[in-house]
Design a protein around this ligand. Structure first.
Ligand SMILES: [Zn+2]
Ligand SMILES: [Zn+2]
Length: 306
């Protein structure tokens, strides 16, 4: 098969990868319609009954860019019918609601189908975490390599540590730009912007109200932003939990303000806190965001495509 190189500009380095010519032709940049699928929309580390942990995937042509790996991400991708598109995985920050299934996603994809490279991106210590995860699962990996003839997983996974804002990745379809946001006490938290052939999509990750995010999201078609319902913030008043939640996240009214300042067309609420207990209705989320944002507002749901 004829193959052409394409380039990934990765943190100053240039990594060569390969894609079949036919795929590239089909992926004629202007005609590609991106798909954004919300895989999980619950904020916080505890498993929820009605929503999976935070994760989303953007699929352009046959290439999937996964952003965050909350609990259940592999299964959610399978249900959404996009499991085998995974080509890149981005982590916004190292809180377990966002990275608990980072390694599991790679391992389960390998058990299903994976024989080609996956680049992973996120704050340090991503490389060490990747190495330790592979080590943790060496018993399974070794047996399956022998039993099932699978290629070793470790050489397929290429972690890239992102330590600052700026362009993270540029391939023939998508440019990914990161911004450093403010999510104490996490030492480095990132938001990502995906400039796709047909539109731009920004994922906030976890952040308190952030001017860096406003700049990153300037003029974007879609902003997926975390949302906190202030009156129902978890933890007793005055408790350490309540203080963490309020100091390091963004109330839904402020989310609307940020969307307005950035001039985005569509605001997608996700990473709901609280996610289900106590239940906040769609109308409540919507009404709170509507106070400060006049554009289109979507109250996210697991497996919703935007
Ligand atoms: Zn979170
Ligand atoms: Zn967090």
């Amino acid at each position: 098969m004829d193959r052409r190189d394409f380039l990934i500009a990765a943190a100053g380095a240039v990594v060569s990868s390969r894609l079949p010519t036919g795929t590239l032709q089909a992926a004629s940049a202007q005609t590609q319609k991106s798909r954004l699928i919300l895989l999980g929309t619950a904020g916080g580390p505890t498993p929820k009954k009605t929503r999976s942990g935070p994760s989303q995937v953007i699929v352009v042509a046959d290439r999937g860019y996964v952003i965050d790996c909350g609990d259940g991400v592999a299964r959610q991708m399978m249900i959404a019918g996009v499991f085998r598109t995974m080509r890149h995985v981005f982590l916004t920050h190292h809180h377990s609601d966002h990275n608990a299934d980072y390694g599991n996603l790679l391992l389960l994809a390998w058990g299903d189908h994976l024989t080609t490279a996956v680049d992973t991106w996120g704050p340090p210590p991503l490389a060490r975490m990747t190495r330790l995860f592979l080590d943790l699962n060496s018993a399974d990996l070794e047996v399956r390599e022998r039993d099932e003839g699978r290629p070793p997983l470790a050489p397929l996974i290429r972690p890239h540590e992102v330590k600052a804002g700026g362009i993270v990745l540029k391939d023939d379809l998508v440019t990914v730009t990161a911004a450093v946001v403010d999510h104490p006490l996490v030492p480095l938290a990132l938001a990502y912007r995906f400039d796709c052939p047909d539109r731009s999509i920004v994922i906030s990750g976890d952040t308190r109200p952030s001017e860096a995010l406003v700049r990153l999201a300037q003029g974007a078609d879609v902003l997926v932003h975390e949302a906190l319902y202030g009156p129902a913030a978890p933890g007793a008043p005055g408790s350490a939990l309540r203080k963490h939640v309020v100091d390091s996240h963004t109330t839904v009214e402020d989310v609307g303000r940020i969307a307005t300042k950035a001039g985005v067309k569509t605001l997608v609420l996700s990473h709901f806190v609280p996610a289900e207990d106590p239940p906040i209705t769609d109308e409540q989320w919507l009404a709170a965001a509507r106070q400060t944002f006049a554009g289109k507002i979507v109250v996210g749901k697991d497996l919703m495509e935007v």
